[in-house]
Write a protein that binds this ligand. Sequence first.
Ligand code: PMP
Ligand code: GLN
Length: 388
Amino acid sequence: MKQSNDVLSGFGTTVFEVMSKLAIQHKAINLGQGFPDEDGPEDIRAMAAKGLMDGPNQYPPMMGTAELRQAVTDANHRFYGIAVEPDSGVLVTSGATEALNDCLMALINPGDEVVLLEPLYDCYLPLVLRAGGIVKSVRLDPPHWGLQKDRLDAAFSEKTKLVLLNNPMNPTGKVFTLSELELLAEYVQKYDAYAVCDEVYEHIVFGLNRHIPLATLPGMGDRTVRIGSAGKTFSLTGWKVGYVTGAEELIAKIAKAHQFVTFTTPPALQNAVAFGLGKDDEFYQNLKDSMQHKRDFIKNGLQSIGFETADCDGTYFINADINSIGFEGTDEEFCKKITTEAGVAAVPVSAFYASEGAKTNFVRFCFCKREEVLSEAIERLDQFFKAN
Ligand code: PMP
Ligand code: GLN
């Protein structure tokens, strides 16, 4: 048989699938893959159910239903003062994953350089490579995940086509500061590049931190696209409804990819998400508060066992240093051990690096779970490390 695609055949099964499977096998509490254990608002789900029964159930417009495009436009204005055109500046996709694929397919020519910040979300590397991009990594180090200028100097060049920025960032839990974003914007403009911003955790930001879209910085509006996902904002990760916003010219290029990838997304889900985006400030505040509470709970629990934890200002994830409790193997070995022997699954942070020589002494715990589940997980880990 002839060989299949070289890029994809070089990748194994994603770490999320591998660890979730192992967690099921060993009846472990799954703090690996990032998904909430409580479904999002009932009224949003009820609206989707009604939409399925009442219709329409045929192909909606390729760019997304009018309701959702208007709701995304309104949300951009409401939360960030960003003006986008509902008819030409919004593209609805089947999740942020499709949006990422569409943006990368549409913007990259084989041989273009793409700046990726490490550790990176797992689909970035295969999608960039499959599109023919050449990866230039900018590594952020635990525990503070600062963005360093000398690393940007080394990564950006005249050949840079785009930077892919995940903010708030998975797996680090980092929320980029205004001065870091200003620095990045300087490089993007200096090299006349695009910025593709994966902002799926835009509403999950803690304390005094604020989510600042790179698109709002001077000179960035026309060269930046912003990706959001209903999965994270409404705790409905299985729905796979995403949206890309940006200048008309850029969205038109990205729609060229979308039309050949999924073309559309289920209309009942789109309209339910449109309703959800209009929820009042209390809903968004509760989402932040409840996630922050879970972050505090797991952080205190991990620290009480003896783990040092890295900074975490947003997202579903917190990272713990395995050396700090005396474990000397790799992060992968650690995750396998706690899944099979302690009954708690996590994911190794080394799975999120594109380049060699990554730190392998951090593991990621997902905390978007009910408090009793987090409590049981901490208890199991505590017992395990006391006995071992
Ligand atoms: N980007 C990041 C950073 C994510 O963590 C995820 C996954 N949860 C996605 C994109 C994918 O989002 P979706 O499920 O909407 O495709
Ligand atoms: N985004 C989720 C995570 O980081 C997982 C999504 C997936 O399984 N592809 O854990």
